[in-house]
Design a protein around this ligand. Structure first.
Ligand code: ADP
Length: 458
């Protein structure tokens, strides 16, 4: 079969569907290819936190936040390796993206919060759990409109180039059949990262002690770097492939973020299997993960109290209550810290001492020896809760090089005509370390830019 559209998008995650809807709004016909049996990619698994500053709003003023601060923290948080022009594009278009989503009917909770590794209270949280709000919104639009559709179980395997321009995609269809998609205007790569590709992450890893298959990933199984490999066939430049982000927050069995009982960065501590704290729990993701790699068994416990779970039935970011997790044996509860310590097998004196020490810092009486600065409540209200966590591969910051218009650049820094990329498949925005909450901003902002640019391509 051979199908025609103005714009062909590869990947139905957050970046791909933002691009698809935007291109359609600009008057293009759009076909989205998705290799998995459903839309969502990693985006749907995310905690849903989206960083954006509504410059000058009451909330921003109250939090002493600004677009400039978002810019500076993103650049510095990535050790100044992020491309300044791309970061500028990211932060200045973030709030506009939120308003666009609201215009499509997506709802956000009021206020902002600090997400793990996000460094500042500027994350917006959708009303729908995890990343589902984005897809409910995009699919409602796609289902309600003609000339925009998603083909599931269809995997892009080749880019077609004609007269030096990318003119389409060859894909393997549901029954193994070959499908040719002719793109009259442009092709958008939105295939996500390569956290699920053990071979690729080992090839590029220079930073972590190991990234073999003993280290799991938060990602869905389709995050295998396909778009990066496709882009390489047309001589695309790859940047900063060694920048691979891990989180200290993986489920020990699956690597997934589910089972993470935290309700916010301010209210929980991490202790190792001995019962000792070992890091600033508000630090950068790479700092926390590196510290976790130095602990016995690379294993830790998140410990918090009933400030976060007044009844135990409150839900975490993943729509799980701590009571449900306890029933599944994935979290533990003690009426006292001693009882909790016994349940999780850590030294009770050490756990109590760690909490006591933490509580002094909440009062501001003493400086934390690990440098922690983010506090809200003391950990003093039983019952107390704990859940185990290990390092897990989360995000690959390297990828295809793009310019601020989401055009893919080749090894000679020239635009590859009619090829666009957005989201985790791209590289060079987040530098060494992506801030928590900036991935959803990235896919929204650059997905929209890629969709708009592809729709205008000549
Ligand atoms: P992003 O956050 O950048 O949008 P996601 O991981 O959320 O990335 O989404 C990427 C999507 O692309 C996933 O749904 C994934 O299954 C899909 N995908 C990856 N490779 C291919 C491919 N070769 N053909 C079609 N879809 C693909």
């Amino acid at each position: 079969v051979s199908l025609d559209a103005d714009v062909v998008v590869v990947g139905a995650g957050g970046a791909g569907l933002a691009a698809a809807v935007t291109a359609h709004q600009a008057g293009s016909s759009v076909i989205v290819l998705e290799k998995m049996p459903k839309v969502g990619g990693n985006t749907i698994l995310s905690g849903g936190a989206l960083n954006a500053v509504d410059e000058g709003s009451e909330t921003a003023i109250a939090n002493k936040d600004s677009v400039e601060k978002h810019y500076t923290q993103t650049i510095e948080g990535g050790d100044k390796q992020g491309d300044p022009e791309l970061v500028r594009t990211l932060v200045t278009n973030a709030w506009d993206g939120v308003e666009w989503l609201k215009g499509l009917g997506m709802e956000f909770k009021p206020g902002v919060f600090t997400v793990l590794g996000g460094m500042w209270p500027r994350a917006h949280k959708p009303v729908d759990p995890v990343g589902t709000g984005f897809f409910n919104t995009y699919m409602k639009y796609i289902d309600a409109n003609d000339n925009i559709k998603v083909m599931l179980n269809t995997k892009a395997t080749e880019l077609v180039v004609k007269d030096g321009k990318v003119s389409g995609v060859i894909a393997k269809g549901e029954t193994g059949n070959k499908v040719t998609l002719n793109a009259k205007k442009g092709v958008v790569l939105a295939t996500g990262g390569f956290a699920g590709n053990v071979e690729m992450r080992q090839k590029y890893n220079t930073k972590w002690p190991k990234l073999d298959d003993s280290i799991k990933s938060t990602n869905h199984s389709g995050a295998t770097g396909d778009g990066i490999l496709l882009a390489e066939t047309v001589n695309a430049e790859l940047v900063q492939m060694e920048n691979i982000q891990l989180l200290p927050m993986g489920d020990p069995k699956t690597g997934s973020l589910s089972g993470n009982i935290e309700q916010g960065v301010e209210n929980r501590i991490f202790v190792n299997d001995e019962g000792d704290r070992f890091v600033d729990e508000g630090a950068r993701r790479d700092v926390m993960t590196a510290a976790l790699f130095e602990q016995p068994n690379n294993h830790m416990w998140i410990v918090l109290d009933s400030h976060d779970y007044p009844t135990g039935d409150e839900k975490n970011n993943f729509n799980e209550s701590v009571n449900e997790l306890i029933a599944e044996g994935r979290a533990f509860k003690g009426e006292t810290l001693e009882e909790l310590a016994a349940k999780i097998g850590v030294n009770p004196e050490k756990l109590s001492a760690a909490v006591e020490d933490f509580n002094k810092h909440v009062d501001g009486k003493e400086k934390d020896s690990f440098g922690r600065t983010l506090y809200k409540d003391k950990i003093d209200k039983g019952p107390f809760y704990a859940a185990p966590r290990v390092p897990t591969v989360h995000h690959t910051m390297g990828g295809v090089k793009i310019n601020k218009d989401a055009q893919v650049l080749d090894k000679n820094a020239k635009v590859i005509p009619r090829l666009y990329a957005a989201g985790e498949v791209t590289g060079g925005i987040h530098g060494t370390n992506r801030l928590g909450g900036n991935a959803l901003t990235d896919i929204l902002v650059f997905g929209r830019i890629a969709g708009a640019a592809a729709a205008q391509a000549k």
